[in-house]
Design a protein around this ligand. Structure first.
Ligand code: FES
Length: 125
């Protein structure tokens, strides 16, 4: 524990104190090549930490979280005759009856503060 404490309190403090950080934005243009080379690891580390933090807060999520993931494309075909007077098709990709809506969009909307809903096809014969 003492070694890590020493590393942070002494070596990291010395490293940061000796960085050739400019006092103003225009000071960047007055830095020499050796100063810029010394700053590269520092800015790379700061950028990496910022990127990881951003990815942690805003993870990438696919539109389709679980339906037919083994397929390269999800496509369904219905004949008009198969549809009743009214059929609701899922557009939130959370229905257990996909491609038909089972109401799962209500839970999704509450959790994610979204407003997605089904496509309802009516047969006006
Ligand atoms: S369950 Fe997906 S739109 Fe209703």
């Amino acid at each position: 524990m003492e070694a890590s404490s020493n590393l942070i309190k002494v070596h990291l403090a010395n490293y940061l104190a000796n960085l050739p950080l400019p006092n103003s934005f225009t000071g960047i243009f007055k830095l020499g090549i050796s100063d810029i080379v010394k700053l590269i690891p520092f800015y790379a580390t700061v950028g990496g930490v910022c990127y990881i933090s951003y990815r942690f807060v805003c993870p990438r999520s696919p539109v389709n979280p679980s339906i037919k993931k083994e397929s390269s494309k999800v496509a369904d075909v219905f004949a008009i005759e198969e549809l009743g007077d009214s059929t609701a098709f899922c557009r939130c990709w959370r229905s257990s009856k996909f491609p038909l809506c089972d109401g799962a969009h209500n839970v999704y909307n509450k959790l994610c503060q979204d407003n997605v809903g089904p496509l309802i096809v009516k047969n006006n014969k």
